[in-house]
Design a protein around this ligand. Sequence first.
Ligand code: LAC
Ligand code: ZN
Length: 465
Amino acid sequence: VTPSNASKLLARIGSGTKRIEVRTSPAGIEPYLHDEAVRSSDPAAAVLFPRSTEEVSRILKLASRFRVPVVPRGAGSGVAGSAVPGKGWIVLSLERMNRILAVDERDAVAVVEPGAITGEIRKAVEAKGLFYPPVPGSVDLCTIGGNVATNAGGLSAVKYGVTRPYVLGLEAVLAGGEVIQTGGRYLKHSTGYDLTQLIVGSEGTLAVITKIVLRLLPLPTERMTLLAPFPSLEDLTGAVLAILAERIVPPTLELVPRGAVRSVLARNPDISFPFPESEASLLIEVDGADLPSVERDVARLAPILERCGSPDPLVAFSPSQRERLWSLRKGIRDSIVACGPYVEADSVVPRSQLPELVRAGDACGARHGLETISYGHAGDGNLHTYFLKGTLLERSWKSASKKVLREYYERTVRLGGTISGEHGIGSLKRPYLPIALSGGEIQLMRGIKKAFDPYNLLNPGKLLP
Ligand code: LAC
Ligand code: ZN
């Protein structure tokens, strides 16, 4: 890409009657050069802020004509580099397209623009007694478009699953500017290839999402949160399996280990955490349509937890108590990454293999002299594992950080898992994709990419190796 390609696009973008907001100054572009894990050292040519599908289409038509790479972007809260531009690219920020267009109680759907904040959508539908279940860790700042583009997971997937099953339809703009509508306000279809679900999780490489039809559920109005301390990680994961084996399905079963608690408390001394010294704690949330059913689940949980090594869990009833536990959980990643250089993995395995996965992470880290902290979605078998540089010398770190990830991903796949549970591949995991997928699968994916984006202009160099 030569910058002049982008200049030609920019020269034409302003010529219409309605100007699209454009930022080209270094200071204006800087916030758009990174996500929560990856920072680009190459400046993008410009950030564009379309307000309508028509404007997105106009931009993509010009991008295709002048061969300018484009990366669509929500809040930039991703952690795989999926929304980070390369040199001379256009960043298509969808933050001005943030309307909740409809919440339809009869069809139990919401129709939203991609820049709407996921937490705001949850609030808007709750006001009508409806429920959008997914809760990514960054729910209060991430956008629904980013969630759809990465098939974001989060803290309620044990019972409700991730973003994908809630996406019923899309409006999207193809690389050449053509607008397509996929799916609709219906719960089932058997009408050809499922383009909606192909675009979900495609990380901006196939199309730019401009409208989303979301499936809603009835709102579970009652919930209780428990925090159960365990003497070991093994005991904790044993409890997770025991709870699910007894056919209790809580939305949330989160692993909060001591290392993670320590780093949160070190940065936020005003947070009080009831079991700072226990090896690991399990955050459990139970929900339901009425109080008796929630209380029944909590009563059934008690003997299971006791049997598995946690006789005295804390039960949080009040919203403020619950909020405190959740905010500690949601603060874990920020506090770990504040400890210095790190590499992170987002492995997922069959949940019965979780203890093995935790051991594999510790073993891989130890072999390279790295401190390892794992936390995450125990009920989903989805672990976020951080290998920290600590006091390792810079030159050892460079090779150790690559080797440790490769070894850990290979062990993940041997355990029957895969290399991203919920964060996506982006640029960070791209080199490791062949560990998880066969050559045949990658070839098919390349063919799909080519069919959607023949000039390789939509987020090129992401996802596929
Ligand atoms: C979390 C995000 C990082 O679970 O996925 O904290
Ligand atoms: Zn997570």
